[in-house]
Write a protein that binds this ligand. Structure first.
Ligand code: PLP
Ligand code: COI
Length: 341
């Protein structure tokens, strides 16, 4: 199989139309058999539930080429489970876990020529999603749904790769107390777009969102969770009911504890204490682990001792170990790596 002729190290985080995607439809209370299609376009009724009331959930995971030349995915079972949780919260019929895993596998195999080679720094981003496809005009869940999975090769999410980011504390919230911040629904991202554009206009890379109830505690950014490193080399990560339970963060905490022998704590993190930390990073499938050098809170600057030139030493170790596990150069915990071909 010949790989696509792309400049893999320069592709950035962008959409490419790849060979095949997977589709299954839900009608009369059941999912159909589903299968691959070459058609990247969707035709919908003008009144489809997704278009009127945003009934949609999605996932994001990656396929990698390992050092041995295998194509693998990383903990896809957790994405399948999280998507089922998201669907339930949105009154949508969950797409069964085994079928989710099969869809991911079929899509990756059918697009193997788009999986970036080992050592390129790029990977294949896989986007499973489902949405209300039948018409609804009164506010209620739709009767019919479509599940799809497509993929696209991607490089680093943030321009500049591993260069430390500057964040601003947002005046907007991405989630509501008792809302949908803990699930992966497109509506949360629509909520964050205005804050995102405003932050970029002011020269910041991302927003730091605070807890929507009291605006006292650190939550997350629009697309990643926070990890902090204390001056005593311990990991601290925010606990909140309104942030997305990141699979990368859960994996990093395991790596920190079991591979690096570090103490890890999940607790509420006050905005006014972050100046005490030695390092800060953003973690997620797209972000991997991206270092944060500075946070600006309305004129007050919090600069982490790790500085603006490179990743701090602990974030670097976490990054090296996790990416080593994903690329097959570090032994993985049982069940984390799913070989596709
Ligand atoms: N938080 C938000 C809001 C996200 O969109 C993502 C991306 O999926 C994450 C955190 C990181 O989650 P994960 O590590 O499962 O990709
Ligand atoms: C991911 O990391 O998979 C996400 O969905 C985040 C998004 C900002 C690309």
């Amino acid at each position: 199989m010949e790989k696509k002729d792309l400049n893999w190290s320069e592709i950035g985080f962008a959409y490419h139309v790849t060979n095949m995607r997977y589709v299954s439809n839900y009608k009369n209370g059941a999912w159909d058999e589903g299968g691959l299609t070459a058609d990247a376009n969707i035709v919908l009724n003008e009144c489809a539930g997704i278009l009127q009331y945003c009934q949609e959930v999605f996932e994001g995971l990656k396929a990698y080429t390992t050092v041995n030349g295998d194509i693998v995915t990383f903990r896809p079972d957790l994405n399948a489970e999280r998507m089922m949780d998201s669907a339930k919260r949105m009154e949508m019929p969950p797409f069964p876990k085994e079928r989710f895993l099969d869809a991911v596998e079929q899509v990756v195999k059918a697009n193997a020529d788009w999986v970036p080679p080992y050592g390129s720094g790029a990977s294949l981003y896989i986007r499973p999603y489902m949405f209300a496809s039948s018409p609804v005009i009164g506010v209620k869940p739709a009767e019919e749904y479509q599940f799809r999975t497509f993929c696209t090769p991607v490089g680093p999410y943030f321009k500049g790769g591993a260069k430390p980011l500057t964040l601003c504390v947002s005046d907007f919230d991405r989630a509501a107390p008792h809302g949908t911040g803990h699930i992966k629904a497109g509506l949360n991202y629509a909520m964050s777009l205005h804050a995102h554009v405003e932050a970029h206009k002011r020269g910041f890379d991302e927003n730091m969102f605070l807890d929507p109830g009291t605006r006292t505690y650190v939550e997350e950014t629009g697309g990643a969770n926070f990890l902090f490193v204390t001056k005593d080399n311990e990991i601290v990560t925010p606990k909140s009911d309104s942030i997305l339970p990141s699979i990368t963060r859960r994996s990093m905490l395991h790596v920190a504890e079991h591979y690096l022998g570090m103490k890890v704590t999940q607790r509420q993190v006050r905005l006014d204490e972050i100046g005490d930390f030695a390092e800060c990073g953003l973690c997620g499938t797209a972000a991997v682990i991206s270092p944060v050098g500075r946070v600006v809170d309305h004129g007050r600057e919090i600069c982490f001792p790790s500085g603006m030139d490179h990743m701090g030493p602990v974030i670097q170790k976490l990054y090296d170990t996790l990416t080593g596990i994903q690329l097959g150069t570090v032994d993985a915990p049982e069940g984390w790596i799913h070989k596709i071909c």
